[in-house]
Ligand binder design. Structure first.
Ligand SMILES: [Zn+2]
Ligand SMILES: [Zn+2]
Length: 213
């Protein structure tokens, strides 16, 4: 019995989210806390970040922008993600987590928490597709204010292929939305879609993560 990805509706052998959408969700959850802090810079009237072009229109034309920022900062992002977290808790039969700290901390904390559940979410959570779409929309709304960066592809990690003499390749492997196969530009090792998350998870990105042994 096959199922389909809740985000892109592609057929899957099992689970609720395809590897590409799981990876995209993982990356969005990593980017969102920083984006959320950047959004705060747009909140105070007349105090946009240095270098930002200020509208030459009437002062009132700034209000809709601030409303959108307000929605995202004080409703949108933290509350939406926390309600997903609480749904995941109830599906798994876990008791509800306490919400503590300021908004920046709450967003960082809930993004990390959901990020750590992704394996289970992709495999076993029927709401996975809706969660992925909602996170994509939140990021899209935030980026519409903060401004998207050009898509040079995101660094997935370093190539983990080992040559005949036992040396790890280490070339940077980049991923762009929609890539199905990634070929290492140094050693030509080919990563299939199902390997993307593994490669991503193998990378020591955080100081507290120990070196792969
Ligand atoms: Zn998908
Ligand atoms: Zn390589």
């Amino acid at each position: 019995m096959t199922s389909s990805c809740g985000a892109c509706e592609r057929d899957l052998e099992h689970g609720y989210l395809c590897p590409g959408d799981t990876l995209a969700l993982a990356e969005r959850l990593e980017r969102l806390p920083k984006l959320f802090i950047e959004l705060g810079l747009y909140l105070a009237p007349g105090s946009r970040p240095a270098g930002e072009r200020v509208s030459s229109g009437p002062a009132g034309s700034r209000l809709p922008l601030n409303d959108t920022v307000l929605d995202l900062r004080h409703g949108g992002i933290a509350l939406v993600l926390e309600s997903w977290r609480s749904d995941i808790h109830s599906v798994r039969g876990w008791s509800e987590p306490a919400i503590t700290g300021g908004l920046d901390y709450r967003v960082m904390h809930v993004c990390r928490w959901i990020g750590m559940q992704l394996e289970w979410i992709a495999a076993s959570y029927p709401g996975a597709g809706d969660l992925a779409r909602e996170v994509r929309d939140l990021e899209g709304n935030a980026l519409s204010i903060v401004g998207a960066k050009p898509d040079r592809g995101r660094l997935l990690g370093q190539c983990v292929a080992v040559d005949a003499s036992g040396v790890v390749c280490g070339a940077p492997i980049r991923y762009r939305n929609g890539d199905k196969v990634l070929v290492c530009s140094w050693c030509s090792y080919t990563y299939e879609e199902r390997d993307f998350m593994t490669l991503y998870q193998l990378q020591p990105r955080e100081a507290e993560q120990k070196e792969a042994s």
